[in-house]
Design a protein around this ligand. Structure first.
Ligand SMILES: Nc1nc2c(ncn2[C@@H]2O[C@H](COP(=O)(O)OP(=O)(O)OP(=O)(O)O)[C@@H](O)[C@H]2O)c(=O)[nH]1
Ligand SMILES: [Zn+2]
Length: 362
C-alpha cells in the first residue's frame, strides 16, 4: 500500500496530465466526470470526448462576464458545448486573444441545474497547472473502471479540495554562501514544497538578529523585469533596490517567490501583456483571461520566514495586502518600508492602475 500515490502525489500527477493534454477523472459524491484542459486540447481528444456524452465547458465568472454568458454558480459558469462544436470555437471561449475581432461567440447556454462541484475542482486544477482557466467536462458512469481502462489519474473531490486550498508545507533543501554586488555576506536558501510545485528562494544578507524585526522583502518572480530589464513594471529596480538597502544596513532577508505574473505563470502573463497592447490595463487583462487581479499565495512567505526563525519584519512594500497577509499568518509587521524605485514612461500607467485598483500606496 505505501507504494501507492497519496492525494498530494495524484494532484501533482494530474497537473502534468492536464498540461500534456490528457484528461483526468474527477469523482465527487455520486457523480464523476472526465475533465480536460481547453488550452492543451487536441482535435482527436475533443472528438472522443463529444462521443462520450454531453460536454460542458467550465469557465470562471470573470471570463463569463467578458463573454456575456450567465454564471449561475457564482464563481463560475458551465457552458453547454454543442455536439458539433469545433476546437476553434471552444478555444476562443477560453482565450481572449481574439475577443476584439470576434466579439459575438454566442448564443451561449449556461447550465443551472445540478451541482458545479466537479467544474469548480477542474478550474482549480487547471489554474494550479498555470493553464488558461477553462476545462471541458463530460460525465462518466463507472469511474474506477474507466480510469483503469484508459490509464487515467483519478481525483476524489473530498480529499483534493482541502489540499488545493491550503498552502503546501515546504522544507529547506540546500543553502550556500553567495557573495553579491549588493552584499558580500550573502547566503541563498532553497525551499521545496511537498506538493511538487515550484521551489522558492530566500536570500539572507548578513546574520540578521532573529529576536528583532528583520528588514524583509517578499519579491514575486518577474522574468521580464528581473532578468530582461523590462520597462513595463518596476520589479527589476525593486529587486535590486531591496538588496542594496539590505547590503547597506548589513542585514536582511529577501524572499524570491516563484509566483510569476502575480501567480498566473509567464505564459498567461504574456497573454495579459498582449491584451494590454489592445488597450486593457493590468487588472482588466487578468479578468478577461478569467483570473482574479492577484492569484498569489503569500502564506508561503510567512512559512519560509518562520522556518528561518523570523517572527517580525520591517517589510519593504507598497502593497497593503502583503502587510495584511503577513499579520494574518503570524508574522508581525513592525514597520512598512516604502520601496519606490524604477518609475518610467512605460510603467507609469501600470503603477497608477495598481494604486487606483489594487490599493497600492503612492
Ligand atoms: N498578471 C500580471 N502580472 C504582472 C504584471 N506586471 C507585473 N506582474 C507580476 O507582478 C508581480 C509583481 O510583484 P511585486 O513586486 O511583489 O509587487 P506588488 O504586489 O505590486 O507589491 P510591492 O512591490 O511589494 O509594492 C510579479 O510576479 C510580476 O511578474 C501584469 O501586467 N500582469
Ligand atoms: Zn515585473
Amino acid at each position: 500500500m505505501s507504494l501507492m500515490p497519496t492525494m498530494i502525489e495524484l494532484l501533482a500527477r494530474a497537473r502534468v496530465d492536464l498540461r500534456m493534454g490528457l484528461p483526468v477523472v474527477l469523482e465527487g459524491g455520486d457523480s464523476a466526470a472526465l475533465a480536460i484542459a481547453v488550452e492543451s486540447l487536441t482535435p482527436e481528444r475533443l472528438t472522443e470526448l463529444l462521443s462520450l456524452g454531453p460536454v460542458s465547458l467550465a469557465l470562471t465568472a470573470r471570463r463569463a462576464e467578458t463573454l456575456k454568458a450567465r454564471a449561475y454558480d457564482e464563481d463560475l459558469a458551465r457552458i453547454q458545448v454543442p455536439a458539433q462544436a469545433s476546437l476553434q470555437w471552444i478555444q476562443a471561449l477560453a482565450d481572449p486573444a481574439d475577443d476584439l475581432n470576434t466579439p459575438m461567440k454566442g448564443p451561449l447556454t449556461s447550465l443551472r441545474d445540478g451541482t458545479a462541484d466537479l467544474h469548480r475542482l477542474a478550474i482549480a486544477l487547471v489554474k494550479s497547472a498555470r493553464l488558461l482557466p477553462a476545462a471541458l467536462l463530460v460525465p462518466v458512469n463507472t469511474p474506477p473502471q474507466f480510469a483503469s481502462e484508459h490509464g487515467l489519474t483519478r481525483i476524489a473531490r473530498a480529499a483534493a479540495e482541502p489540499l488545493l486550498s491550503q498552502s503546501s508545507p515546504l522544507h529547506p533543501v540546500a543553502a550556500a554562501r553567495l557573495p553579491m554586488v549588493a552584499a558580500e555576506a550573502g547566503r541563498l536558501h532553497i525551499f521545496r514544497p511537498e506538493d511538487g510545485a515550484e521551489e522558492h528562494y530566500a536570500v539572507e544578507i548578513g546574520r540578521p538578529d532573529r529576536s528583532k524585526p528583520v528588514l524583509a522583502r517578499l519579491h514575486s518572480a518577474c522574468f521580464t523585469g528581473d532578468v530582461l530589464g523590462s520597462l513595463k513594471c518596476d520589479c527589476g529596480p525593486q529587486l535590486r533596490g531591496a538588496l542594496a538597502q539590505m547590503g547597506e544596513e548589513g542585514a536582511g532577508v529577501l524572499l524570491y517567490l516563484n509566483q510569476e505574473g502575480r501567480g498566473i505563470g509567464l505564459a498567461n502573463k504574456m497573454r495579459a501583456y498582449s491584451l494590454q497592447d489592445q488597450g486593457f490595463d493590468t487588472v482588466e487583462a487578468n479578468h478577461r483571461l478569467g483570473f482574479e487581479d492577484d492569484e498569489r499565495d503569500f502564506r508561503l512567505g510567512a512559512a519560509i520566514l518562520k522556518e528561518m526563525g523570523f517572527s517580525s519584519v520591517r517589510l519593504m512594500t507598497n502593497n497593503p495586502n502583503k502587510i495584511a497577509m503577513m499579520e494574518k499568518t503570524g508574522i508581525a509587521v513592525a514597520e512598512r518600508v516604502p520601496l519606490k524605485v524604477g518609475e518610467n514612461a512605460h510603467n507609469a500607467g501600470y503603477l497608477a492602475t495598481k494604486a487606483a485598483k489594487s490599493g497600492h500606496l503612492l
